[in-house]
Design a protein around this ligand. Structure first.
Ligand SMILES: Cc1ncc(COP(=O)(O)O)c(C=O)c1O
Length: 343
């Protein structure tokens, strides 16, 4: 059997040939990238948009195809990180959005559209009694975590090693852990995924090994007095789409309930798996659920929702709400329209 090392020189030759062909067929994207590098660090505004030697620039999308600046037509397997469940520019969404554009793009008041999309999601997801919209999945997980902290009066959160929940401080931890750098399996260490995350933030994050219920239960129990929530994805997207074992999810849910820890299921990506999300597929009912991506029909979106007694913390009508929830473009009518058409 050949070892990987034996193949390396050949692989390098193939890669160099492919790279040269890519550069030859993308001169406009190259020029555009060089221009963008002058004003955007690394030439992009989103880490994942960069790939070497330079990313192609998309001029248009249609269905499952994208066309770049140089006119190359590409099969879009990335799908804006699983967001475009109906593909690029689906007619039903485009028509609804065009009609909404003629009526307005951003209002200081409700438009009624947020109620319609909220009703659709509440009807689909049995565990969600009430919901609030945000502009990104990251904001959704941030608000859900804050709600859990406020509800329990406890400071710490537990998350999976390899779990991704967005770009804010307390979740950008132990997402892609360097081999051997995550501590022992029985007690994984929180590893900062970015410069600028302080030790104080790390001290408030407890790491759990995925699909290891024995260890996970022990860790939750040991930290229960301080734990506000455990947040989990039904499928770990960022480390290669690793599905949860049902027994793990169900057991974690039960253990959280027993210990009075809020169980947050991050369905930002997995909601597309079933009409009622992955929680319907797995048969579990989290306390709070986070949404994003497909529910905005291709426009910026996020949401969090769940038990009425927890969501009551946001009830502006009773004494101002214990948790303020601002966001200039929350539930803007364009996103809501696209979300309704997509759902
Ligand atoms: C599971 C999960 N949670 C949260 C997020 C963050 O969402 P956003 O990129 O909209 O902030 C993502 C984004 O990929 C995600 O996959």
């Amino acid at each position: 059997m050949k070892r990987l090392g034996d193949l390396e020189p050949k692989a390098k030759v193939i890669l160099a040939r492919e790279q040269a062909a890519y550069e030859r067929s993308n001169p406009k994207s190259k020029e555009a990238f060089e221009r963008s590098c002058r004003v955007l660090p690394g030439g992009v505004s989103r880490t994942l948009c960069y790939f070497p030697p330079f990313p192609c620039q998309t001029a248009a999308g249609e269905g499952c195809w994208m066309t770049d600046l140089d006119g190359n037509r590409r099969l879009d397997l990335f799908n804006c990180a699983t967001t475009l469940i109906l593909g690029h520019r689906p007619a039903i969404v485009m028509k609804a959005v065009e009609e909404q554009l003629a009526r307005g793009t951003a209002f200081q008041t409700n438009s009624g559209l947020e109620t319609v999309l909220a009703e659709m999601l509440v009807e689909r997801v049995a565990s969600v009694e009430q919901i609030r919209f945000t502009n990104s999945g990251s904001e959704g997980t941030q608000m859900a975590i804050r709600a859990a902290r406020a509800f329990t009066g406890r400071p710490k959160i537990a998350k999976m090693e390899g779990g991704y929940h967005g770009s804010h401080d307390c979740v950008e931890i132990s997402v892609r852990v360097p081999a051997g750098g995550g501590g022992p399996t029985e007690a994984p260490l929180p590893v900062a995924g970015s410069a600028g995350i302080t030790q104080r933030v790390l001290d408030d994050v407890i790491i759990i090994p995925y699909n290891n219920l024995g260890v996970a239960g022990g860790i939750l129990a040991a930290h229960a007095a301080d734990l506000a929530c455990v947040i989990d994805e039904p499928i770990l997207g960022s480390v290669g789409f690793v599905p949860a074992e049902r027994a793990f999810l169900v057991g974690l849910r039960e253990e959280a309930k027993r210990l009075g820890i809020v169980f947050i299921l991050d369905e930002v990506q997995s909601f597309r798996l079933d009409r009622g999300g992955a929680q319907q597929l797995f048969g579990i009912a989290p306390d709070l659920t986070c949404f994003g991506k497909i529910i905005g029909g291709g426009f910026p979106v996020g949401a969090f929702g769940g038990r009425r007694d927890i969501m009551a913390l946001f009830n502006t009508a009773t004494g101002g709400g214990l948790i303020p929830h601002a966001g200039t473009f929350n539930a803007n009518p364009v996103t809501m329209t696209a979300g309704i058409a997509t759902m």
